[in-house]
Write a protein that binds this ligand. Structure first.
Ligand code: IPM
Ligand code: MG
Length: 368
């Protein structure tokens, strides 16, 4: 099996390095190959997603991705910006199902910006459609308005659209995921205003007929944003479109203490996948060795589970992360009084140590 390693920009290189070390101690029969992507690829080859990188990603069984982007590329034409690399990979490889689990580790209950009782034991799964919606809808662009309030003025426009099969397949992913959990799906839309999302609601309802054992609830996105901070534990699986999913998954991440903890999987119809932390390249802390590598390490665990059929190895990583948190080590984003602040590499060291039975100060048992 082959894993394509695409570290990208900013903290991407630092966090992916730690995840690769973790994979390295697991005794897996895998080959890895690294390639440039994002701003780093633009600097070297003039394009954020060079052909060679795309070919490597296509040929691999799974892709471990860091993060892309830097403010210094903000004025580049859109097609050359680092973000186009991840959007291009999602689109070209058909990675339509984005799973973003928001799990509040017992050890981090007090790192959340919400009251501990609201987030203790939180375990929700956001399923974001990833290759449609206003992100990719054509036409889009700039033009001179011929109607509206200011005819003759410059304007910009994007197109929100979803086809029936696109909604059907993500709905199936959600209902099937719910069957392995608490059998509850909340479909988030804006059916009260948008035609696209009335259609979304209709199609999800239709697909639900095949999953009578799963409870389906529809919720408007504004209400969902509110409920997520009011009573997040009321959710189990949340399924939504690309744009709403982008926003709600960042919100959900904060419930867990830090976006530095949130892994993700982006799967195609055959469960080939790209695995990346839900956070970005964080240029403000890049190169300082303080980024939290756990979201990427946990993404590597998701990769083992979903694409490489190595559930036991995935569980070993997840237990190691819990053991490290129990031992009191924290990167700055999850640090709180009474815990020990460490950097990116030390956090990686600790996960490796936990996996090899050498974690200092390890508590004898780890709960949850
Ligand atoms: C994410 C990111 C991306 C997105 C950006 C980097 C294009 O925010 O993965 O959530 O908007 O999908
Ligand atoms: Mg986002």
């Amino acid at each position: 099996m082959k894993i394509a390693i695409l570290p990208g920009d900013g903290i991407g290189t630092e966090i992916v390095e730690q995840a690769v070390r973790v994979l390295g101690v697991l005794d897996l029969d895998v080959e890895t190959e690294t390639a440039l992507v994002g701003g780093a690829a633009y600097e070297a080859h003039g394009h954020p997603l060079p052909d060679a990188t795309l070919q490597l990603a296509r040929a691999a069984d799974a892709i471990l991705f860091g993060a892309v982007g830097d403010w210094k590329y903000d004025r580049l034409e859109r097609a050359l910006r680092p973000e186009q690399a991840i959007l291009g990979l999602r689109k070209q490889l058909g990675l339509f199902a984005n799973l973003r689990p928001a799990l509040c580790y017992e050890q981090l209950t007090h790192s959340s910006s919400l009251k501990p009782e609201l987030v203790a034991g939180l375990d929700i799964l956001i399923i974001r459609e990833l290759t449609g919606d206003i992100y990719f809808g054509q036409p889009r662009g700039r033009r001179v308005a011929t109607d509206g309030h200011f005819p003759g003025a410059e304007e910009a426009f994007d197109t929100m659209r979803y086809s029936k099969p696109e909604i059907e397949r993500i709905a199936h992913v959600a209902f099937q995921a719910a069957r392995k959990r608490s059998r509850r799906v909340t479909s988030v839309d804006k059916a009260n205003v948008l035609e696209t999302f009335q259609f979304w609601r209709d199609v999800v309802t239709e697909v639900h007929a095949q999953y009578r054992d799963v409870e389906l609830q529809h919720m408007y996105v504004d209400n969902a944003a509110m409920q997520l901070v009011k009573a997040p534990k009321a959710f189990d699986v949340v399924v939504t479109g690309n744009m709403f999913g982008d926003i709600l998954s960042d919100e959900a991440a904060m419930l867990t203490g830090s976006i530095g903890m949130l892994p993700s999987a982006s799967l195609d119809k055959d469960h080939k996948g790209l695995y990346e932390p839900s956070h970005g390249s964080a240029p403000d802390i890049a190169g300082k060795g303080v980024a939290n590598p756990l979201a990427t390490i946990l993404s590597a665990a998701m990769m083992l589970r979903f694409s490489l059929n190595q559930a036991a190895a995935a569980e070993r990583i997840e237990s190691a992360v819990k053991a490290v948190l129990s031992s009191g080590l924290r990167t700055p984003d999850i640090w709180s009084e009474g815990t020990k602040k460490v950097g990116t590499r030390e956090m990686g060291d600790a996960v490796v140590a936990a996996l090899t039975g050498k974690l200092a100060g390890k508590t004898t048992t780890t709960k949850s």
